[in-house]
Design a binder for this molecule. Structure first.
Ligand code: CO
Length: 136
């Protein structure tokens, strides 16, 4: 069911210095900063030949990554994202198997303009797992 690894996300306190680290020190291609107020984060994507790295910085007081950064003040790996061709079919199959979908269970539009869902880390090896619908 799952396809390509779309991205690995790293939560950071300072997205500008994270971007500089990856562009200057690691020599990677880094996107401009994008604010996603409906998700409570600012994001940057690092384009790698085979996948992407996503930086997440808290945006607003109720950011869902604020608590994570309290526990991981240096930043840390936050989630992984796999591509699926039909996100509602994927969700229905996972829910039938007992997996928990975060939020109201309905896909939301993510940073790439595609529908996304998050699966509970306790059901997926302690790893917050995102699914993104990418047309085949
Ligand atoms: Co993501």
């Amino acid at each position: 069911m799952i396809g390509r690894l779309n991205h690995v996300a790293i939560a950071v306190k300072d997205i500008a210095s994270a971007s500089a680290l990856y562009s200057d020190t690691l020599g990677a291609k880094v996107s401009p900063v994008q604010d996603l107020p409906e998700h409570g984060v600012r994001v940057v994507f690092v384009e790698l030949p085979n996948t992407k790295i996503e930086f997440l910085e808290p945006l607003g007081a109720a950011s869902p990554i604020a608590k994570f950064l309290e526990k991981n003040p240096d930043g840390g790996m936050h989630h992984i994202c796999y591509e699926v061709s039909d996100i509602r079919a994927a969700r229905d199959r996972l829910v039938a198997a007992g997996a928990r979908v975060l939020g109201d269970g309905e896909p939301k539009i993510g940073a790439h303009g595609n529908p996304v869902l998050f699966l509970h880390p306790k059901d997926f090896l302690g790893t917050l797992t995102e699914l993104e619908e990418v047309p085949a």
